[in-house]
Design a protein around this ligand. Structure first.
Ligand code: B12
Ligand code: SF4
Length: 506
């Protein structure tokens, strides 16, 4: 009898949860070949108990976890450690953005055996096959794998070219449904009563120097065809009556042809959709293209504006043609197209002097206000710059020179200060001083008071009017310090910013 496999999604958010696409796709890669179970930490009261019950049967040999930085580490780390202590013969396999980027600390822990570096669709079945047949000579030949040999040396096998995404195994929705009713994942959001989360492409064709996608995908991107996406969408439309889709791709709008084909396919399905894209890419779409997308249901697009300063854009290696002026022109175009641009800004980039760091922050705050004047519906997401270990990049060298370093043990990663770092809320970067963080945070609070996000659909009517009213003077005068009155209202009304746990949903 073959050994069984646990595929685990550690808890990532408190609210209503999304379909765990990472583990779903990993499960799909071995579906029908190996016996496996899904454990979704988001939906289990006590995931450890569920996992332990499986292990107690003696039938399970593999503990496989997807791991994103931030809250998921709080279950991934202690559970994996405990499993290795209680069931030492277990083979532990991690995949996802955290272990792919921070593989040294994971392997050095001694309780993570294998890391799938980037896509697992071929790597995972190969690895399981090699381990099941005890064919250890095969391991170095498996692409996208990171592991430590018996002498403690780390090995990174070659990266596999991205596979044709239409060749991916069908996602095992029905099997997932046998563990957790899929209907429960279809949340009410600002877009619709039942929102499907879908991931239709891997990687991204750009190399922004601050982005965690780059070290893994090296500017490669491949997407499913519009027809394949539509197959799944139609399945959910017919079986679950969904009315909205959240595309979780890093860069959904990379191929205009694909987006327009998809828009045509869903034109009469009464759906709304949201996705992530780039300003300089979508700016190349014609007004008619935008019109078609809007008609098809495109309500909002998340876009990395990062900064309006062209010099800093260069430092970030946005790798395209984006400029401050383009951002302004673009938000106006989006206003005319009736699509909400959701712009993310990265504040707190390193600079030569403390004064320059602070000056840039104040400059960006004013730029954001200018954007809001051009298009008041534009949504603003503010992140503090959190370094990503892009070895060999100029920016990474700059941050190392400035005295920044990552934790050396996995346990340190679950320290609250590193958790905030992951959430891009407290960067622990030596050049960003506490007074600068205060300025950014206070501005953010005032901004969210004066312009509450539409994605938290509870904040409307009188709540919106009151928030706007009490924030107006601060917003207009630029006095952002101690905005306690706004914070209190945010707390009472449980205001949810979308950047940490996703859109408010119920
Ligand atoms: C959905 C999502 C979320 C959801 C999680 C919902 C859920 N189901 O649990 C929410 C909104 C909660 C979220 C939150 C955050 N997220 Co998030 N999230 C994503 C997003 C958009 C999609 C993930 C996904 O489903 N991908 C689809 C699957 C199919 O792809 P995949 O995960 O890469 O999986 C493949 C491989 O990686 C590998 N693999 C993955 N896991 C495993 C496991 C095993 C065992 C194996 C063998 C293989 C394997 O095989 C898979 C198939 O090929 C990604 C970006 C992206 N496009 O992936 C960001 C992303 C992972 N998030 C990110 C971040 C930073 C966060 C936050 C910290 C937010 C913040 N403030 O920025 C928070 C906090 C995390 C938390 N709360 O735990 C970053 C990680 C960056 C980094 N530094 O590593 C990403 C990459 C976005 C980005 N470009 O910045 N997130
Ligand atoms: S365009 Fe977005 S996803 Fe692509 S490298 Fe830049 S920040 Fe990362």
């Amino acid at each position: 009898m073959k050994n069984k496999i646990i595929i685990f999604n550690p808890k990532s958010a408190n609210g209503k949860h999304r379909i765990p696409n990472s583990i779903l796709q990993v499960g799909g890669s071995i579906h029908g070949k190996h016996e496996y179970v899904f454990v979704d930490g988001n939906l289990e009261k006590d995931p450890w108990q569920t996992i332990n019950t499986y292990f107690k049967t003696g039938e399970f040999k593999y503990f496989c976890s997807t791991v994103m930085p931030g809250p998921q580490l709080k279950q991934a780390i202690p559970y994996t450690k405990k499993i290795k202590t209680l069931y030492p013969k277990t083979i532990t396999i991690w995949g996802g953005y955290f272990p792919s980027n921070q593989y040294r600390v994971c392997l050095n822990s001694g309780y993570v055996n294998y890391i799938v570096n980037g896509p697992g669709d071929n790597t995972f079945p190969h690895l399981i096959e090699a381990l099941e047949q005890n064919n250890l000579d095969e391991i170095p030949k498996i692409k996208n794998l990171i592991y430590q040999d018996n002498n403690g040396a780390n090995h990174k096998t070659p990266v596999e070219a991205l596979i044709n995404q239409d060749d991916l195994a069908k996602f095992p929705y029905q099997y997932l449904n046998s563990f957790y009713p899929v209907n429960n994942y279809l949340a009410k959001t600002f877009m619709g009563q039942k929102t499907l989360s879908y991931h239709s492409s891997m990687g991204c064709p750009f190399s922004c120097s601050f982005c965690a996608v780059v070290p893994i995908y090296n500017a490669k991107w491949k997407g499913m065809s519009a027809a394949r996406i539509y197959e799944d969408v139609k399945y959910f439309k017919d079986n679950y009556n969904i009315d909205a889709i959240e595309f979780h791709d890093n860069n959904f709008f990379t191929s205009k042809k694909r987006v327009l084909e998809f828009s045509k396919l869903i034109l009469n399905d009464n759906l709304s959709f949201w996705g992530e894209g780039r300003i300089d890419t979508i700016n190349k779409y014609s007004d008619d293209d935008l019109k078609l997308m809007r008609k098809a249901g495109c309500k909002m697009i998340f876009l990395g504006a990062e900064t309006g300063n062209d010099e800093v854009l260069k430092q970030m290696n946005k790798g395209g043609t984006q400029s401050g002026q383009m951002i302004k022109d673009f938000v106006l175009r989006m206003k005319k197209a009736d699509i909400i641009p959701e712009l993310s800004f990265v504040l707190g980039m390193p600079a030569k002097t403390e004064e320059q760091v602070y000056k840039q922050i104040l400059w960006d705050i004013n730029f954001i206000k200018e954007i809001k004047t051009i298009n008041p519906d534009a949504e603003i997401i503010i992140y503090l710059y959190s370094p990503v270990p892009t070895e060999g990049s100029e920016l990474y060298q700059q941050i190392l020179d400035a005295g920044f370093s990552f934790p050396e043990t996995l346990e340190e990663w679950i320290d609250p200060s590193w958790e905030s770092f992951d959430l891009r809320k407290n960067p622990l970067t030596p050049w960003l001083k506490p007074y600068m963080i205060d300025t950014i945070k206070n501005f953010e609070t005032v901004l969210n008071g004066y312009y509450p996000t539409v994605s938290d659909f509870r904040i409307r009517g009188y709540k919106k009017t009151v928030l706007k009213g009490i924030s107006k003077l601060r917003y207009n005068s630029g006095f952002y310090k101690y905005p306690y009155e706004i914070k209190v209202l945010h707390k009472i009304w449980k205001y949810r910013q979308p950047e940490i746990e996703g859109f408010y949903s119920e």
